[in-house]
Ligand binder design. Structure first.
Ligand code: P6P
Length: 328
């Protein structure tokens, strides 16, 4: 928590980014511009999501992404919007996305690499459940101007320079960290501005909410079954929206744990390390929580594949530690 920059609630995102940049002499304008580019794309996607029911852009378009999941029209659109905004912004030189099998080389002199899930939970669009965008920002490793290589994108989560998510819910929010705490901004569509609404976010160390799809209970590893039983014995509330960003955000505000463990269907869990778990792990640690596979800190994992999946335990410190204790 950095008291130097306690800006009043209602500060706009632009003013906040500028203030933070001034405060941290090492902060270069590129990262600020990159955050602005992402925020702008979020405004465009937000508008398309809000219109989805009216102009018939919901529903699968028949193509599938690398995960073999039906691509909903909106997640294809969101991928185009974010990739185009990043390409035009010029600060990012490469993107890895849930929607693209391979690395997208933006062929520019940008110093940053983005890992993004442009619209997670897109199967929830048709039923009007909140959905989200998740992003991680890394510095490229190879020299600017040289061809992008896998080592530029397959970096440990602890190498992130920034991470965040957009939540398209009853209101649309942008929540992000640059390693100096977590701040939440609420979007006001009539003004086209994001306003600081949740300064210095921190997750309660204790929580009474557990989020897990108990439909897969029978195939959970024993330690996970034991932890679920512990939650029931403790009288915790089960809350599972089935949209990762929505479940994560609620737990960040109220305290809680979200778990997507190994199951019979997904031997390493369903969620992807590079563009889902790493970003949320960075955010939760900056907010005083924890994120692990049950046995390993998410941010310490050396990635070996763009779309690799990992088991994911994220949330209140005491709850994650309790879940981990069943693995020992
Ligand atoms: P399940 C949505 O498809 C998603 O990627 C996350 O947003 C969500 O938390 C999870 O999968 C839900 O998966 O297997 O419980 O339906």
């Amino acid at each position: 928590e950095d008291s130097r920059i306690a800006l009043p609630i209602g500060t706009t995102l632009d003013r906040y980014i500028k203030k933070k940049q001034d405060e941290f002499q090492f902060a270069t304008g590129e990262l600020s511009q990159l955050l602005r580019d992402i925020a702008l794309a979020g405004k465009v996607v937000n508008r398309e999501i809000n219109k989805a029911g009216l102009i018939n852009i919901v529903g699968a378009i028949g193509t599938q992404n690398v995960q073999g999941e039906d691509q909903q029209k909106l997640d294809v659109l969101a991928n185009i919007r974010f990739t185009r905004a990043l390409s035009k912004g010029g600060e990012a030189c490469a993107v890895i996305s849930e929607e693209d099998d391979e690395i997208v080389d933006l062929n520019n002199e940008g110093r940053y690499v983005i890992a993004i899930d442009p619209l997670d939970g897109s199967s929830n669009i048709d039923v009007n459940v909140s959905i989200g965008t998740i992003f991680s920002i890394f510095r490229r490793v190879t020299p600017v101007g040289s061809p992008i290589q896998e080592i530029d994108v397959l970096q440990k989560g602890s190498e992130q320079v920034a991470a965040g998510y957009l939540l398209y819910g009853s209101s649309t929010m942008l929540v992000y960290t640059t390693g100096h705490g977590v701040n939440g901004f609420t979007y006001e569509p009539s003004l086209g501005e994001y306003f600081l609404s949740h300064p210095n976010m921190s997750i309660p160390e204790q929580g009474k909410i557990y989020s897990i799809n108990e439909g897969s209970y029978n195939s959970f590893p024993e330690p996970v079954k034991k932890y679920v039983e512990h939650c029931k014995e403790s009288g915790h509330s089960a809350r599972y929206i089935g949209s990762l960003v929505a479940d994560f955000h609620r737990n960040l505000l109220k305290g809680g744990i979200y778990i997507y463990p190994q199951t019979a269907k997904d031997a390493n869990g369903k969620l992807r390390l590079m563009y889902e778990c790493n970003a949320l792990a960075f955010i939760i640690e900056q907010a005083g929580g924890l994120a692990s596979t049950g046995t390993q800190r998410i941010l310490d994992i050396e990635p070996n594949e763009l779309h690799q999946r990992v088991p994911f335990f994220v949330g209140s410190k005491d709850m994650v530690e309790k879940a981990e204790s069943f693995f020992n």
